[in-house]
Design a protein around this ligand. Structure first.
Ligand code: EPS
Length: 374
């Protein structure tokens, strides 16, 4: 299952093509739109989300709600294009009116300009923008519906915002309720503190990041491989998470904490009672690059949004003089969006691993093969 995306942040629309989905998977369009709406939600978002109301339009590969086995093409419209077409239209426009030369630290602006031989960072930022993730959420929602047929579920929540951390542990069934909360946090006191911190950052023209936990339940053991580095499940899932804009760190299970502990406190001892089981899950459900049947636990660190209204020090690429970086309209934090996006990319990456092991041209074959696994 492979997703290709296209589209610029203020262009006409975002597009995705998802290949390799078996036939006869029933697609729930309302569910895709629900995840799109969740991606737009959360405390601390900027003005752009008031303009957009993301909805998916399926263009091919689905007939009467069932996949055909052909590539699934889809679009999410950019409503803001109406305000931007005189600066963005492919058929001709006034590019001079919206140039960005005061390149923003932390963004793709400067390196992109040099790499693609541009004189306007807009030609870089339009594609580098996290707006692209809207279609990754669509692809991820379809992948999620595929995995759901096998009993595999993906969820998550926000663990910390700007250093305000929720250290509690939660059962999988509790995680979905986080999506009813302003910051997708499960500890309401911490969430209130985090909202106050966001208000303060906003007042100071600053931004914030945080940590997100993604969990996968119901996956049988043996997905991924210990036979070739490129097929290790942890490398595939962590690579997917790292591909999301603003993600700067990823860990599996105890992750970085395990580096400070003795082996006796890290490795999950093995027991048998009609089947193998563990009493702990410090490995986060992956050993030797393969799922071990326990819940998969991933955590990702999101850096603060790099467009600061207060402006960082930079250089104007035309004059080479020191200036304050461009203060484009910006979110203070987009942690809820990132939570949904990370669930989505984890779903896409896992669906690819599952479908490459199981094969199957139609969902009957896929489910029979999965159910036949121990
Ligand atoms: C983004 C900048 C902002 C965000 C955008 C990502 O957009 P704008 O420049 O239009 O205000 O709102 O995110 C989205 C539009 C979205 O839908 O997530 C950036 O620079 O990455």
């Amino acid at each position: 299952m492979k997703l290709t995306t296209a589209g610029e942040s203020h262009g006409k629309m975002l597009l995705g093509i998802l290949e390799g989905v078996p036939s006869n998977l029933e697609i729930d369009l309302d569910e895709i739109d629900r995840y799109l709406a969740l991606r737009q939600s959360g405390y601390g978002r900027g003005g752009r989300q008031k303009i957009e109301c993301d909805r998916v339009e399926i263009l091919s590969g689905v007939r009467n709600k069932l996949t055909l086995g052909s590539p699934i093409a889809f679009a999410v419209k950019n409503s803001d294009y109406e305000n931007w077409k005189e600066y963005m239209a492919p058929e001709g426009c006034d590019t001079a009116k919206r140039t960005l030369t005061k390149v923003r630290p932390g963004h793709a602006d400067l390196t992109g300009i040099l790499k693609y031989d541009q004189t306007d960072a807009r030609n870089i930022l339009e594609r580098a923008s996290a707006r692209e993730t809207a279609v990754r959420v669509v692809g991820g929602s379809i992948a999620r519906q595929y995995l759901d047929k096998l009993g595999v579920k993906i969820s998550g929540y926000v663990k910390s915002v700007g250093g305000i951390a929720d250290e509690n542990e939660y059962g999988f069934s509790m995680l979905e309720s986080a999506k009813n909360n302003r910051l997708f946090m499960l500890d309401s006191d911490k969430e209130q503190e985090a909202c106050a911190l966001i208000d303060e950052a906003k007042a100071n023209g600053d931004t914030l990041g945080g940590i997100i936990e993604i969990r996968i339940s119901g996956l049988k053991s043996g997905f991924g491989s210990c036979m070739q580095y490129s097929t290790k499940l942890d490398s595939i899932l962590c690579g997917a998470l790292m591909s999301v804009q603003a993600i700067k760190g990823v860990e599996v299970g105890q992750g970085f904490k395990s580096a400070c502990l003795k082996g006796s406190l890290v490795h999950d001892e093995i027991y048998y009672d009609k089947g193998y089981f563990r009493k702990t899950n410090n490995a986060g459900g992956i050993e030797g690059g393969m799922s071990n049947g326990e819940e998969i636990v991933l955590r990702a660190a999101m850096k603060p949004i790099p467009t600061l209204m207060s402006g960082l020090k930079t250089v104007d690429i035309l004059t080479k003089q020191p200036v304050t970086a461009a203060g484009e309209r910006s979110d203070v934090i987009a942690i809820c969006a990132a939570e949904i996006i990370l669930e989505s990319v984890a779903a896409s990456a896992l669906a690819e691993v599952v479908s490459s092991r199981l094969g199957g041209d139609n969902m009957r074959e896929v489910t029979e093969r999965y159910n036949a696994l121990k």
